[in-house]
Design a binder for this molecule. Structure first.
Ligand code: PHE
Length: 449
């Protein structure tokens, strides 16, 4: 059985695939816009602390459990405890992860479709096809359904290729393009008038906001969402990792890349807003706060690009291509969660599993698109604000309490004979046992109350 499973061909392939999952709309859109409306540097600071203190240990829990069991989340969590009741809880948690990953993909696919629509509309407008260009960027149900369908088909075609020839190959191709585009765009925007003001707002922390419950839960949600935690994506990628790799260090590289790219995106988005301000584009709402979320990406930035003529055309296209790539490398990891389960638990071929999972999730996206006002925000809140941290707690509890110490140590020793002497072994097991579940629960309960 294990021989039939996919395995990443190289360490770099794994790191780019896992970072590809992690780096997505959450980093380039979610993080900077939340920072913009949550006290700039205060949010950045809180996010960094939570990412390293809570999200990285939780990421390690998923990667290690995956690598240890070489199974999907449901079978992996079912395999850790000895007690039958606990096994069942583990399997159900895995199904919860699968459902949450699918819910995330169902709204993510809609937003990714918008990104692709904007990416193609600029070149179309430039060659005179203004009607089609307008259709692509104007909110309508037919547009949402069409673009989501195209994006889901793309996602399915990559996942159908399997771990090495689909996920790894495309991550290796797309991630370098993504990073290079982001660096070039940020450097260019930083040379423009007004950029420094945005930069100072991004970096200057308003510490009075740090203790507000909203900031904490937003930053926690952001860190969990950004590292793709709780839903079994990192677990399944970990399960395709070779036993020769040192998980704590590849995990750290993935976390650093993810956080680094979120922070870098802040160097693009916030300065761009103040460049737009200098050029007369409205960037504040009626209450005096910075415009954020969809208004920022789909009106402020396009208005900014419009002030730049031909350069604007290139910048706009590059920016939305960047967003589309970021979305694709994440969405393939979400789809891989149900696909791996259907293959391993129900014996489906990869092709059938991808078709079944992809079309079901696509159909649910369609339902959201048809009831946009009612469902879109609701699905986001349920899956990311509550679902991910809650599942994250259970994964930490399984890793901390139900995974026998000897077995864990043996796992770490697979590629590091001195694992027992490392700080990781001294700190992490206690940390996932106590610190992660308690702090995540406190933040979660505060946000619910
Ligand atoms: N990490 C992705 C992002 O930042 C989103 C994601 C969440 C991907 C959960 C997989 C699983 O956009």
């Amino acid at each position: 059985m294990a021989a039939q499973r996919g395995e990443f061909r190289s360490r770099l392939g794994f790191i780019l695939a896992a970072a590809g999952s992690a780096v997505g709309l959450g980093n380039i859109w979610g993080f900077p816009t939340q920072a913009a409306s949550n006290g700039g540097g205060a949010f950045l600071f809180t996010y960094l602390v939570l990412a390293f203190a809570l999200a990285y240990p939780a990421l390690m829990a998923e990667l290690l459990i995956g690598r240890h069991t070489h199974r999907n989340m449901s079978q992996a969590l079912g395999a850790l405890p000895h007690h039958n009741g606990l096994k069942r809880i583990g399997m159900l948690t895995g199904i919860g992860g699968l459902v949450t990953a699918s819910l995330i993909l169902s709204f993510y696919g809609i937003v990714a479709g918008w990104m692709m629509g904007f990416a193609t509309s600029y070149p179309l407008a430039a060659i005179g096809l203004t009607q089609s260009a307008d259709w692509l960027i104007t909110f309508s149900t037919p547009r949402n359904l069409t673009l989501t369908g195209v994006f889901m088909a793309l996602t399915m075609s990559v996942v159908m290729g399997g771990v090495e020839d689909g996920i790894e190959r495309w991550s290796r191709r797309l991630m370098p393009i993504l990073i290079a585009t982001l660096v070039v765009l940020s450097l260019y925007v930083l040379t423009l008038d007004g950029a420094m003001k945005g930069l100072s707002i991004y970096l200057r922390p308003d510490f009075s906001k740090i203790l507000s419950g909203d900031l904490l839960i937003d930053a926690l949600g952001s860190a969990f969402f950004s590292l793709s935690l709780g839903v079994g994506t990192m677990l399944i990628y970990g399960s395709y990792l070779s036993d020769n790799e040192h998980v704590p260090s590849v995990g750290a590289q993935v976390a650093l890349l993810d956080v680094g790219i979120a922070v870098l995106a802040g160097f693009l988005i916030l300065p761009a807003m103040y460049v737009a301000d200098v050029r007369g584009v409205a960037i504040f709402n009626a209450a005096g706060g910075l415009l954020s979320e969809d208004t920022l990406i789909f009106s402020v930035l396009p208005a900014l690009f419009d002030t730049m003529d031909t350069v604007g055309l290139w910048l706009a296209t590059a920016f939305f291509v960047l967003m589309s790539i970021a979305a694709l490398t994440s969405s393939i990891s979400m789809l891989e969660v149900p696909v791996a389960y259907l293959i391993e638990r129900h014996g489906l071929s990869r092709r059938r599993a991808t078709l079944l999972a992809g079309t079901s999730i696509g159909a649910f996206s369609g339902l959201i698109a048809l009831n946009f006002e009612r469902l879109f925000g609701l699905v986001i809140t349920i899956s990311t604000r509550y679902g991910q941290p809650l599942l994250g707690i259970v994964v930490c509890l399984f890793a901390g309490w139900l995974w026998q110490r000897d077995a864990l140590l043996a796992e770490l020793k697979k590629n590091d004979a001195a694992a027992e002497q490392r700080w990781f072994w001294k700190i992490w097991p206690l940390y996932v046992k106590w610190v992660c579940p308690v702090i995540i629960s406190v933040i979660l309960v505060r946000s619910i109350l």
